[in-house]
Design a protein around this ligand. Structure first.
Ligand SMILES: [Zn+2]
Length: 510
């Protein structure tokens, strides 16, 4: 009996009692609780089956039965009223902003393997602990870190001008003293790929392909291949590779990013400087050949990176774990506010809100430690392979801090009766329920997704994201606090429903 009383009081003290009050008024709950206890202590037909309270209705008053039913439903299934409440609470909550301000101000740029990444690890452990997360710890993994040195580029002829340049991650350095060579410009990656094998001997290749602005990731997905094309230039005899920044902006900041290893050095130019070179080269016959001097220093260091995580323990240990998070590493020119301090802040703040509603499933917030130069997704799979069956769902926030416009769930999940109400809960946030199943939850969960973990995708509006992504302008100044809150509201409501739902998410066969 003591166990039953404990379980009952625990159930009533949290969501069930609040639901009884929401649905039937405080008076009903006040009469309900003592009646329930007296009924139980006289052995009048109250039983527990796991976490679900089932009542034999004979001999109970109609009101008692209705309240007991409300309690039983809410114990096992997601409650829309609670999720709506968390959504509204998030819209007035500054936690995500404060986390993001702290990370960008106290740590700043934090490439994996840099001294700042170790400080970001300590920051993550301290922040999760201060917010009340459990099992907070850092998971180390080996990292061959590419670390930037001094860089410069300038046009040396026919008209000398300085260029805004940034080396691409993974590029080899130039020889000491740099490389000076004539430039050949291609208007697109396709034009380079179509060029003959001897097109570029002894030259610096520039691919000046603009990027299309889109709300989703497709503009970036189609443009980014140019950043990886140094081996194609090398195959055609080039001595160095330059790419127009993968950017939708026209400001002069060059955008960093990883490239594919090649025997020639590779760097990105600011958009206006790539255009400047194209203009000069277009009139080379009358103005003279265009030559550029490029100097890039970098080194690779065998070191350690860390992924940090913490949990909101679920009330039912057998109900599994939902893994969410962002990546705490960043590129170095900015302070990593939208990529991806925002994802860290949004998911931490949302999980913290849901904690107060005592979720059934455990919610684990993960701060992956090497997304930009790869490694943290694979390391996470390697470290968690033995518990993959208990990870019921995963999601990553990694496309900035602007409004979410769409939620994708695993195939079939929207049809679950206790998940369906999420569509109406998200509608006031201008978020659509996408009928297209989630196939891509973020690069850090790609590996566990490939090993069977279903994913969700709260898709953010990326329309202006690529104006700043990987550039010196990725700072707190471009984060809109209202849109950041909308993100937290969406994650909190979705997490609350998904953590309490009794829907069994199917494993993925990839
Ligand atoms: Zn990112």
């Amino acid at each position: 009996m003591a166990v039953l009383v404990h379980l009952l009081s625990r159930a009533l003290s949290t969501r069930s009692l609040r639901n009884a009050v929401d649905r039937h008024g405080i008076g009903a709950a006040q009469t309900f609780v003592p009646a329930f206890f007296s009924r139980m202590t006289t052995g009048g037909g109250v039983r527990f089956f796991g976490r679900t309270i089932k009542l034999r209705k004979r001999g109970l008053s109609a009101a008692y039965a209705a309240l007991a039913l409300a309690a039983s439903v809410s114990c096992a299934r997601a409650d829309p009223a609670t999720a709506a409440h968390l959504r509204d609470q998030a819209l007035g909550d500054d936690t995500a902003w404060n986390i993001l301000e702290s990370l960008t101000t106290e740590i700043g740029p934090r490439p994996a393997g840099s001294p700042a990444a170790a400080r970001a690890r300590d920051w993550g452990v301290a922040k999760l602990t201060a917010l009340g997360f459990s099992d907070v710890h850092a998971e180390p993994f080996a990292k061959a870190a590419w670390l930037r040195g001094a860089e410069s580029a300038e046009i040396t002829g026919p008209f000398a001008q300085k260029l805004a340049v940034i080396g691409l991650g993974g590029s080899i350095p130039t020889p000491a003293g740099g490389i000076t060579a004539p430039v050949v410009v291609f208007a697109s990656l396709a034009a380079l790929l179509a060029a003959p094998a001897d097109c570029c001997t002894g030259r610096i290749v520039l691919v000046n392909q603009p990027m299309t602005r889109t709300q989703d990731i497709t503009g970036y997905a189609s443009a980014v291949a140019a950043r990886y094309a140094a081996p194609e230039a090398a195959r055609r005899g080039a001595v160095a590779y330059l790419v127009r920044s993968i950017s939708t902006a026209t400001n002069r900041s060059p955008h960093a990013g990883a490239t594919r290893p090649s025997r020639i050095p590779a760097a990105a130019l600011g958009v206006p400087d790539a255009e400047l070179l194209e203009h000069m080269a277009a009139h080379a016959s009358s103005r003279g050949p265009v030559t550029v001097h490029l100097s890039l220093a970098s080194h690779v260091e065998n070191t350690t990176a860390w992924t940090v995580s913490g949990e909101i323990p679920g009330s039912d240990p057998k109900a599994g774990v939902i893994v969410i998070g962002g990546h705490v590493d960043s590129w170095d020119p900015g302070t990593g506010a939208i990529d991806d301090g925002a994802g860290v802040a949004i998911t931490m703040a949302a999980a913290k809100l849901v904690a107060a509603a005592h979720p059934r499933r455990t919610i684990r917030v993960v701060l992956w430690g090497s997304e930009e130069t790869n490694g943290s997704g694979d390391a996470y799979l390697a470290a968690h392979r033995s518990e993959l069956d208990s990870i019921v769902l995963a999601g990553e926030s990694d496309l900035g801090a602007d409004n979410i416009f769409q939620l994708q769930l695993p195939a079939g999940a929207w049809a679950a009766p206790d998940i369906k109400p999420l569509e109406a809960i998200l509608a006031p946030l201008k978020i659509m329920a996408s009928p297209v199943p989630a196939e891509d939850g973020g690069s850090d969960i790609e590996a566990i997704h490939g090993a069977g973990v279903p994913v969700l995708a709260l898709n953010q509006d990326a329309s202006r994201y690529f104006d700043y992504h990987h550039s010196a302008d990725d700072t707190l100044a471009i984060v809109d606090p209202l849109q950041l809150k909308q993100n937290v509201a969406a994650w909190a409501a979705a997490l609350d429903i998904l953590a309490d739902s009794d829907y069994a998410f199917s494993r993925v066969n990839k």
